[in-house]
Design a protein around this ligand. Structure first.
Ligand code: AMP
Length: 206
């Protein structure tokens, strides 16, 4: 199974992607996590990407396309994979189509006015990538692995507005792109986390 998760920043793609990848035993590939790991490890790619992430801009298509093309060749993708955060532009979607066929694009829909609060209250685990929200999780350490949680630099309010603008201009057109191909499946992302997971599974199983 080869899946794509679409949705604006803060829609819950990462949380749902982790659950769905586990359920179907496919690799969870988050391009944002890959870039943050490059930045943490101070690689050349990380140095190039950092300025884009800090501004809430997209990393150039050529960089990200090469990264994903290499990543999906790896052994853990032999059962399939779930791309979380890729493609984010029509150019990326066309490149992806040139090197593999995807089965479904799951679009997690959340009303725009809900996103800023969802993103600015988000706290992340630097080690396992788990995400929490301050409204429902008061501890400062990760429930799964115990690492100290942090707020992503680009989750601060000043960067969030630009990320939403970039999403609207560059990524939202992918909804129509996959709809035209008959591969789009939209779920209501404004429900409880478990209910969203269930809706996605029901759709995929059907
Ligand atoms: P995310 O964790 O998916 O919200 O991604 C965080 C940031 O990484 C984005 O704001 C972009 O700067 C960069 N990024 C992640 N995926 C892509 C992509 N497919 N194309 C370009 N930039 C990306």
């Amino acid at each position: 199974m080869k899946l794509i998760f679409l949705g604006p920043p803060g829609a819950g793609k990462g949380t749902q992607a982790e659950r769905i990848a586990e359920r179907y035993e496919i690799a969870h590939i988050s391009t944002g996590d890959m870039l943050r790991s490059e930045i943490r490890n101070a690689t050349l790619l990380g140095a190039e990407a950092k300025a884009y992430l800090d501004r809430g801009e997209l990393v150039p298509d050529s960089v990200i396309i090469d990264m994903v093309r290499d990543r999906i060749q790896r052994e853990d993708c032999k059962n399939g994979f779930l791309l979380d955060g890729f493609p984010r532009t029509v150019v990326q979607a066309q490149a992806l189509q040139d090197f593999t066929d995807i089965d479904f694009a799951v679009n997690i829909d959340v009303p725009f006015e809900r996103l800023v609060a969802r993103i600015s209250g988000r706290r992340m685990c630097p080690d396992c990538g788990a995400a929490y929200h301050v409204s429902s999780y008061k501890a400062e350490t990760c429930q799964k692995c115990g690492a100290k949680l942090y707020q992503r630099d680009d989750d601060r309010e000043e960067t969030v507005a630009n990320r939403l603008k970039v999403y609207t201009e560059k990524t939202a057109p992918l909804i129509a792109y996959y709809e035209t191909q008959g591969k789009l499946f939209t779920v209501d992302g404004d429900a409880q986390i478990d209910a969203v997971t269930e809706e996605i599974m029901k759709g995929l199983d059907a």
